[in-house]
Design a protein around this ligand. Structure first.
Ligand code: NIG
Ligand code: FE
Length: 387
C-alpha cells in the first residue's frame, strides 16, 4: 500500500545531489511503497497514492540510525546513578551488577526488555538500531543475548569483551582465550559485528587486538569502545585496523584526531554518557573542523547512559559539544548509517528504505531548540507506520 506524505515544509534528504549538508528540500512530497522510498519531488508534482498524509508544512527527516546500544540486559542500576549524582565516579565495574541480573533472566524476560526499549526508540524516531551483547559474559549467556538481539535487528554486535567477569578475575588471559574461542564460535552465527571495551579496567590494546582479529577470522566486522574514561590506545588501534567506527572518543590526543581523519574511521560520539556520568563532553567541533567524520548514538544501557532518545542526544551534541543543529541531525542519520556501513538508511532518496520521521515542528532545528519536548509525531520504518 503506497503512502504519499505531502506539503512537507522542510524535507531533510541527506542526498548529496541536493545542496547543503542535510540536502534540505522545501515544499516537497515523498511516496513510500513496498517498504521503500518510491518517489521524492515537489509537492506540486506528487503522484497519487493509496493513502495521503498531509504534513501541513512540518519537517520530515530520515529515521534516526542509532549505531550503538546495549539493550539486552535485566534489572537496572538506578541506585548506582543516585550514588554517582551524589559524588561517586563512574567505573566499568558496575557492569558486573548487570551481568548477574542478565544471567538470572530468562530469554523471554530479556526479549521483553529489548522490545520495551526498541518501542521507546521508535517513538522517538529511531528506525535502525545496533544492539550489543555484553551482559552475559559466558558462552551460553552471550549466545542467547545475541539470539534475542537478532529478533529485533540485523545490526547485532558480540561484546563478550565488555569486562572480565568475576569468575575470571584472577585469569584475564583465560577469559580472552574463552572470548576468542568457544564464546566467539557460539556468538558468531547471531552477530554481524564484534566489539571490545578497550579501557583501563576492561581490556588493553593487545587483548582488544586479539579479540578483533579472532572476530575478523570468524567473519565479524570490528568496532571498538575507546578513549571513554581517559586517554588510551583504542582510537589508534581502531584506525590502524581500519575499523568502520570507533565509539566514545571522549579523550583524544592530536595524533588520535589526525589518525581518525586519515583513516576515515567514524568517531561515534555518545553525549548521553557524559550527561549521565558527569564526565566532560568530547569536543565534536575539534573533530569536525579537523575533517573527521562523526556519528551520534545513544549508547542506551543501564549503567553509563539509560536514555533511548536520539533527540536528547542531538540537543546535547548541539548545546555541549559545539555542533550545529545541521551537523547533529546529520550525525544521527547519515552519520549513524555510515557507522554501520549502511547505504540504504539514514537518507531520503528514491530506492532507500522507507524510514521516515514527521516532526511536530517546522524545522530540524527544533530538535535542539526544544530539548525534552516530544517532537516526533509519526514514524514509518520500512514503509510501515510504527509509531
Ligand atoms: O558504552 N563503556 C562500556 N560499556 C557501556 C557501559 C556499560 C555499563 O555501565 O553497564 C558504555 O558506556
Ligand atoms: Fe557502549
Amino acid at each position: 500500500m503506497s503512502i504519499l506524505i505531502t506539503d512537507i515544509g522542510e524535507l531533510v534528504t541527506n542526498d548529496p545531489a541536493v545542496d547543503g549538508l542535510l540536502g534540505i528540500r522545501r515544499g516537497a512530497a515523498i511516496v513510500l511503497d513496498e517498504g521503500r522510498i518510491a518517489w521524492v519531488g515537489d509537492a506540486t508534482a506528487a503522484p497519487a497514492a493509496d493513502t495521503v498524509v498531509d504534513a501541513a508544512g512540518r519537517a520530515v527527516l530520515p529515521g534516526f540510525v542509532d549505531s550503538h546500544s546495549h539493550l539486552v540486559f535485566a534489572g537496572d542500576r538506578a541506585e548506582e546513578f543516585r550514588a554517582r549524582m551524589a559524588g561517586e565516579s563512574y567505573a566499568a565495574g558496575g557492569i558486573r551488577t548487570t551481568v548477574a541480573a542478565t544471567r538470572a533472566a530468562s530469554d523471554d524476560e530479556l526479549a521483553a526488555n529489548v522490545a520495551r526499549l526498541v518501542a521507546e526508540m521508535q517513538a522517538q524516531g529511531t528506525t535502525t538500531v545496533e544492539i550489543k551483547s555484553g551482559y552475559g559474559l559466558s558462552v551460553v549467556d552471550e549466545a542467547r543475548s545475541l539470539e534475542v538481539a537478532a529478533r529485533f535487528t540485523d545490526e547485532t554486535t558480540f561484546l563478550g569483551a565488555h569486562v572480565v567477569p568475576q569468575e575470571y578475575a584472577d585469569d584475564p588471559a583465560g577469559y580472552v582465550a574463552l572470548v576468542t574461542g568457544e564464546m566467539l564460535a557460539a556468538a558468531a552465527p547471531h552477530a554481524r559485528w564484534i566489539d571490545v571495551f578497550c579501557e583501563t579496567g576492561a581490556f588493553d590494546a593487545d587483548q582488544a587486538r586479539a579479540v578483533l582479529t579472532a572476530g575478523a577470522a570468524a567473519g565479524l566486522k570490528g568496532r571498538l569502545h575507546a578513549n571513554q574514561l581517559g586517554p588510551g590506545p583504542g582510537v589508534a588501534l581502531a584506525t590502524e585496523l581500519g575499523l568502520t567506527a570507533v565509539d566514545h572518543c571522549t579523550y583524544l590526543t592530536d595524533d588520535d584526531v589526525a589518525a581518525l581523519r586519515d583513516s576515515g574511521t567514524i568517531a561515534t560520539l555518545l553525549p548521553g554518557v557524559e550527561f549521565s556520568t558527569r564526565q566532560p563532553y568530547p569536543d565534536a567541533r575539534r573533530l569536525i573542523d579537523a575533517g573527521v567524520r562523526v556519528a551520534i548514538a545513544s549508547d542506551c544501557n543501564p549503567g553509563s547512559c539509560y536514555t533511548s532518545s536520539i533527540p536528547l542526544c542531538i540537543a546535547l551534541a548541539v548545546r555541549e559539544m559545539g555542533m550545529t543543529p545541521v551537523e547533529a541531525v546529520r550525525a544521527a542519520t547519515a552519520g549513524g548509517a555510515a557507522a554501520l556501513g549502511r547505504a540504504d538508511v539514514g537518507s531520503i532518496v528514491e530506492g532507500g528504505r522507507g524510514d521516515v520521521v514527521l516532526l511536530e515542528a517546522a524545522s530540524h532545528v527544533h530538535l535542539a531548540y526544544r530539548p525534552g519536548v516530544p517532537l516526533v509525531r509519526r514514524v514509518w520504518a520500512g514503509g510501515v507506520e510504527v509509531s
